[in-house]
Design a protein around this ligand. Structure first.
Ligand SMILES: [Zn+2]
Ligand SMILES: [Zn+2]
Length: 91
């Protein structure tokens, strides 16, 4: 599914359009759920997992993106639906 978080295909952090990776906002066991619900963002390698500034290593950035994901989801669904799907509340 298309991202419900981002319209442009560019790095969410630095806006480059080169070398993009698709990041699943709620990853690990929730990866497929993220995919199915459009809870994905584009990130360049540096902001994904190829440097310490990447979302997989930077807790703060990870949390920011998880909050963004929940806000986007709740435009069309209730908080209860989000918690049912993801198992916690980030807001
Ligand atoms: Zn970037
Ligand atoms: Zn990722």
């Amino acid at each position: 599914m298309e991202s419900i978080i981002q319209k442009e295909k560019q790095c969410l952090v630095c806006h480059t359009t080169v070398g993009l990776h698709k990041h699943h906002v709620y990853y690990g066991p929730l990866r497929q759920i993220s995919e199915k619900n459009g809870l994905t963002v584009w990130l360049c390698g540096r902001h994904h997992n190829l440097s310490d500034h990447g979302v997989h290593f930077d807790r703060e950035l990870d949390m920011e993106i998880k909050i963004l994901g929940q806000r986007a989801f709740e435009k069309e669904h209730s908080r209860e639906d989000f918690i049912k799907l993801i198992g916690r509340n980030y807001l």
